[in-house]
Design a protein around this ligand. Structure first.
Ligand code: FDA
Length: 402
């Protein structure tokens, strides 16, 4: 005999636990299903083990989507401040690290325990580890077949996340269910991911692995629909295979394959102007001049990439060459070969097309009773606690509606 519930939530990650707790505390009979052995691994490893659980400055502008307005309703109904109130209620110590990012003082495990306790408050039934075999619409709800017994539910909430980090259980389950019910998708791709480079133009930069500096980085343009242009001022890190660090993770979500990213390695200075004006007064050799402002190995790499010797004399350089060098520092345009992919990506861009969902409830307008929340949906936040806030907000509004 199939077990009867009001709501079956599939995926006990950030969004799924929030949704299950909210629905159950409204008196709904909720079953929460996950295929993983270990609960909420992504929360556990997040924020370097301390979970950057929200950002106090969360606004719709911090999210990418083909429909940038979609996230507004959920974000305004369950705000960063609402989540902070929950964290305080559970007496979890936290601190602000950088630009509104809130982290646990001790451990991400506290956020998992908090969500578990909220689920227990509403008597959520757990099914974990459990594999979902199929979901079918019936006359008055859904039939969910699983390897631990069948479930009949009035509503089904898909909270199975995106494709990032398959090693800890990410699957395309949500996308397959969307396809089964005829819902459109925005093609998924890795976001918040290191970018890779190769070829002769990159050779000069390979030895720079480990160098970090604050830069401005941009890509794209605002032509067309959605938010296409990204601009960030953050730290950049040279790696063995390319570029990483917060600046690159942020810009990777806006980057389109085949197009350049443009990096300003010295945002506070117009390098061409200073070099041309300083011909008579600055130190004599180009390498020495540049390494006053940039890490010495980076200065050498830039000169090599531009065919200039570090001991070339500044006074002898034609202005045109100095302008070119200035551009190489202030507008370094490079085309990534690719990215480190889902293996390293913190999030998955794209997902269930928001035009298929109600922005008030996250329910599929064509399939009453079927909801999609969290990262499975085409709403992706910047680095800095925004992705968890989306999981909490979308989970909350669905939990209020089921
Ligand atoms: P989430 O991935 O949390 O949960 C999905 C659940 O569904 C999992 O428990 C999975 O096992 C389950 N599942 C998948 N397929 C299934 C199937 N077929 N059957 C049953 N269950 C299935 N964000 C942020 O705001 N601050 C941060 O500090 C970080 N840090 C961070 C670090 C790293 C290394 C990563 C990879 C990601 C982050 N993120 C982050 C992003 C954040 O973790 C992510 O956006 C949210 O966890 C998304 O929440 P969801 O609930 O949508 O998916």
């Amino acid at each position: 005999m199939a077990k009867q519930y009001d709501v079956a939530v599939i995926g006990a990650g950030a969004a799924g636990m929030m949704c299950a707790a909210v629905a159950a505390q409204r008196g709904k009979r909720v079953v929460l299903i996950d295929h993983a052995e270990k609960l909420a691994e992504k929360i556990r490893i997040s924020g370097g083990g301390r979970c950057n659980f929200t950002n106090v400055n969360t606004a719709p502008a911090n999210f990418l989507s083909e429909n940038p307005h979609f996230c507004k309703s959920a974000l305004s109904r369950y705000t960063a401040q609402d989540f902070v109130a929950l964290v305080k209620k559970h007496r979890i110590g936290y601190h602000e690290k950088h630009r509104g990012q809130l982290f646990c003082n001790d451990s991400a495990e506290q956020i998992i325990q908090m969500l578990k306790a909220e689920c227990a408050d509403g008597d959520v039934t757990w099914r974990m580890p459990t594999k979902v075999v199929s979901i079918d619409k019936t006359d008055d709800g859904f039939m969910v077949l699983t390897d631990t017994g069948d479930i009949v539910a009035d509503s089904v909430v898909i909270a199975t996340g995106g494709l990032s980090i398959p090693k800890i259980g990410a699957t395309d389950f949500g996308y397959r269910i969307a396809e089964q019910f005829g819902l459109k998708m925005v093609d998924p791709r890795p976001g918040l991911v290191p970018l890779t480079f190769d070829g002769p133009t990159w050779e000069a930069f390979v030895p720079l692995a480990g160098i970090a500096l604050e830069v401005e980085v941009e890509t794209g343009s605002n032509k067309g629909k959605g938010n296409k242009r990204g601009f960030f001022k953050e730290d950049l890190l040279f790696t063995h295979r390319g570029l990483s660090g917060p600046a690159i993770l942020q810009i990777s979500s806006y980057w389109q394959p085949g197009t350049p990213i443009i990096i300003n390695l010295l945002p506070e200075m117009d390098v061409a102007e200073v070099l041309i004006e300083g011909k008579g007064t600055l130190k004599k050799q180009l390498g020495n001049v540049l390494s006053q402002w940039l890490p010495a190995r980076l200065a050498e790499g830039l000169l090599a990439a531009n065919g200039l010797a570090p001991d070339a004399r500044l006074a002898d350089m034609p202005d045109a060459k100095l302008r070119k060098l200035g551009d190489a520092v202030n507008r370094w345009a490079i085309v990534p070969t690719g990215s480190e992919g889902y293996r390293k990506a913190e999030v998955t861009l794209g997902g269930i097309d928001t035009r298929e969902l109600s922005q008030q409830t996250m329910m599929a307008t064509k399939v009453p009773g079927l909801y999609f929340i969290g990262e499975a949906v085409d709403v992706t936040g910047w680095l800095g606690g925004y992705n968890f806030q989306w999981a909490w907000s979308s989970g909350y509004v669905a939990g209020q509606s089921v």
